[in-house]
Design a protein around this ligand. Structure first.
Ligand code: BGC
Length: 753
């Protein structure tokens, strides 16, 4: 064999090896499609409608009495909340052994931030700005869920939230589409892995599709009115990222969107999701959101609601039963077609096949015992909690506290509340498992430090009766940790607030401790930004801990005493007053920019226009310096890319983390654009004195926007980049984007035509 022949043989073999997994995946896909068609051909209309039905179990994981019979008859395709291997196996056995077609059930559950081992709430995880840790958290949650018989989580929640009154802000990644998209990818990867049939993975569900977070007045379930540009640029990106990461399912939302409720909206459910994004999994409605189409007065009766939802692209109906009840009649009346029903069934079966349920319908009790609360999972949640902490303020190095304190006062009921530690949507979490800050401090400090605990008041802090005792404890101690905030049930679903103040008399309690004149620090536990103006102005140190999960107390105690150096950043803006809302960093400009010296500019009479703490803000126990911003080019074509880099140096005395953030500003464009937009970030850990060059790439996807005709394109012109450690300030530079012309023809004279 000649050298050339040997080379081409080698090339042929390499290409084949590389192509093998692709070919295998294509074969597997074809097999799945064939199996679906074979099954579909054997199904009666009732059995098809049965696959489209999801019903609720009991809160404790048991199934309801009527369900075995429904499953036996093929009239139920899925449940939610049924969990625990004994429960799921019992019901599954009926599906795969006693029903005519033996189609397995898919068991869904809200695993929002952990199954039994509870992780920090999603907004806290987002504060880590660390997709790898967030992916790991989702992976642990998936492993515990699948071991407990759950195949499918109703997460990640991808709603952008620009309004802190909305309680569900706690379930998401905050206000920014770029950060939201990065964490959407991370969570989908963590839940599903490369193949969600694996015994330690679950199917993910991107929810709530879409713009649910834009609820008017921040009032949950309220109507939304959002322009198509804002949908595409702000609310869609995390969902699109989830589709690109292979998410198996979507959940349609409760809200009305521009006049068409999202559970009956053909534009979002079919044109965008299926047409533009090629999503081939299934869409489940939110809880009774099909039936609620009647409350929206979109549907004129039950049958109409079923027709509108199914016709728009909602494949599975959660809890209400209108598809089942009216499907046959709608078909007879030609108000729904057989093809529409078949397509919904196909999508659901596709996910069931891909989840491996036909091959492995059962879960295993021994595996369940080994997985739940496994020590490795405890380490993972403690680490995640440590990475979620945001140091909002730290005057004169008040934090970390000295380990050799003779006495420490701990004030605030939240310091000792296991239930609040695990947050508002804590899966199968048990409060008994949770480590509070008080318990962690007791475990951490040596017996030489006396710990005095005084609640001050019980949530919601209506009375000041216990203040004196708390002040006495503070006076008699070397330092005080004041734990303030919201109880966990003040955020989450149906938990909107019209005030963002610390509830009850907590600010008075804080003032009383402050007046005691001894060193103290504030620890916040809350599910949304709060207007903590007094604390921000007067308290020496504030550590934002959100609801930090099963091992959260340890992580917070570690941070208070310097064993953890906080490195998180805010994924949401903290306003000064509720009246500033919506307040977000990537806002549009005005023709009358705010100017304190000119009355006729955009501002308030009674409060500054600026935030209390900006998006991206977060301090450290060490200091960092950014220098040497370099761009790979001063000019790039509209379809080109460029890299830019910056040097970050730890100039302080402790190891620590900085999140380097890249923001982009378009100098002028054919539609107005935000003042700045996050387009890159990286969390780096540096030893004292250590430097590192961090590199980012800018590509058309970062530079482009939706024009007046809703086409995504890059317009020529000048751009400014800002690289900093929050959305305010930083190093800046600019570059030019030029139009990419089609190559010019050469003429004989040698001149370019
Ligand atoms: C919530 C969803 C959740 C569903 C099932 C609804 O009320 O809006 O986020 O997945 O219930 O529990």
């Amino acid at each position: 064999m000649s050298k050339a022949q040997r080379m081409s043989l080698a090339l042929f073999l390499v290409l084949n090896i590389l192509a093998a997994p692709v070919a295998q995946a294509q074969r597997a896909r074809r097999d799945v499609e064939r199996s679906i068609e074979a099954l579909l051909a054997r199904m009666t209309l009732e059995e098809k409608l049965g696959q489209l039905q999801q019903l609720d179990g009991h809160a404790d994981g048991r199934y309801k009495d009527e369900q075995p019979e429904l499953v036996r008859k093929g009239l139920l395709g899925s449940t939610l909340n049924v969990r625990g291997v004994r429960n799921t196996n019992e019901l599954q056995r009926i599906a795969v052994e006693e029903s005519r077609l033996k189609i397995p059930l898919i068991f869904g559950f809200d695993v929002i931030h952990g199954y039994r081992t509870i992780f920090p709430v999603p907004l806290a995880e987002a504060s880590s700005w660390d997709p790898a840790s967030v992916e790991r958290a989702a992976q642990v949650a998936a492993a515990e869920s699948r071991a407990a018989g759950v195949h499918w989580t109703f997460a990640p929640m991808l709603d952008i939230a620009r309004d802190a009154r909305w309680g569900r802000i706690v379930e998401g990644s905050g206000e920014d589409p770029y950060l939201g998209a990065a964490l959407a990818r991370a969570r989908v990867r963590g839940f599903q892995g490369a193949d969600y049939s694996a015994p330690d993975r679950v199917v993910a569900c991107a929810k709530h599709w879409v713009a649910y977070g834009a609820a008017e007045g921040g009032r949950d379930y309220n109507t939304t009115e959002v322009s198509e540009t804002t949908l595409r640029e702000i609310y869609f990106p995390p969902f699109r990222a989830a589709v690109e990461a292979g998410v198996g399912t979507f959940m349609s939302a409760f809200n009305d969107l521009n006049g068409v409720p999202t559970s009956a909206n053909p534009f979002t459910l079919t044109r965008v999701l299926r047409g533009e994004w090629k999503f081939d999994g299934f869409v489940v409605s939110d809880y009774e959101s099909v039936k609620e189409l009647m409350n929206h007065k979109l549907a004129d009766g039950e049958a109409d609601a079923a027709r509108l939802a199914l016709g728009a692209g909602v494949d599975m109906e959660m809890v209400s039963r209108l598809y089942n009840k009216h499907g046959a009649e709608l078909l007879r009346q030609n108000r729904l077609t057989r093809a529409e029903i078949d397509e919904a069934v196909r999508r659901i079966l596709r996910v069931k096949f891909r989840a491996g349920l036909f091959d492995n319908p059962y879960a295993d009790e021994a595996r369940e015992r080994a997985a739940l609360m496994n020590p490795e999972h405890q380490r993972a949640t403690r680490e995640m909690a440590a990475r979620s902490l945001v140091l909002l303020k730290n005057e004169r190095e008040t934090l970390p506290l000295d380990r050799n304190l003779r006495s420490l006062a701990v004030v605030g009921a939240l310091a000792d509340s296991q239930l609040d530690m695990i947050g508002s949507w804590s899966g199968d979490g048990r409060k008994e498992d949770a480590v509070t800050l008080l318990a962690a401090l007791r475990a951490k400090l040596s017996p030489r430090t006396e710990i005095k605990f005084a609640k001050g008041c019980d949530a919601p802090c209506a009375s000041g009766e216990g203040f004196d005792e708390a002040v006495r404890a503070a006076r008699e101690s070397d330092a005080t940790v004041v734990v303030l905030g919201e109880s966990a049930d003040m955020s989450g679903e149906a938990a909107s607030r019209s005030s963002l103040e610390l509830p009850g008399r907590q600010t008075d309690l804080l003032k009383a401790i402050h007046a005691a004149g001894k060193p103290y620090v504030v620890v916040l536990m809350n599910g949304r930004p709060l207007t903590i103006n007094w604390a921000a102005e007067n308290s020496p140190a504030i550590l934002e801990t959100w609801f930090a999960g099963t091992q959260g107390g340890h992580a917070v105690a570690d941070a208070l005493f310097g064993d953890v150096n906080p490195g998180g950043k805010l994924p949401v803006t903290f306003p000064r007053a509720v009246g500033q809302i919506p307040l977000y960093y990537n806002h549009k400009r005005t023709g009358r920019p705010s100017d304190a010296n000119n009355k006729y500019t955009s501002k308030y009479l009674d409060v500054a226009w600026t935030p209390l703490f900006p998006f991206g803000h977060g301090l450290s126990y060490t200091q960092f310096r950014l220098t040497g911003l370099q761009l790979s080019a001063a000019r790039i074509p509209a379809d080109g890319r460029m890299t830019l880099s910056v040097e970050v140096e730890n100039t302080g005395r402790r190891a620590g983390d900085e999140v380097v953030q890249l923001y982009l500003t378009d100098a002028a464009s054919s539609v107005t654009r935000p003042v700045k937009e996050l387009k890159g970030f990286e969390r780096v850990t540096l030893r004292p004195g250590e430097k590192r060059r961090v590199q980012f790439t800018l590509a058309p996807e970062h530079l482009g926007f939706y024009d007046r005709e809703m086409r995504f394109r890059v317009e020529p012109g000048a751009f400014t980049v800002t690289v900093g450690n929050s959305s305010e300030g930083g190093l800046t530079s600019s570059f030019e984007v030029f139009e990419q012309r089609t190559p010019r023809r050469r003429v004989s004279s040698g001149r370019v035509n």
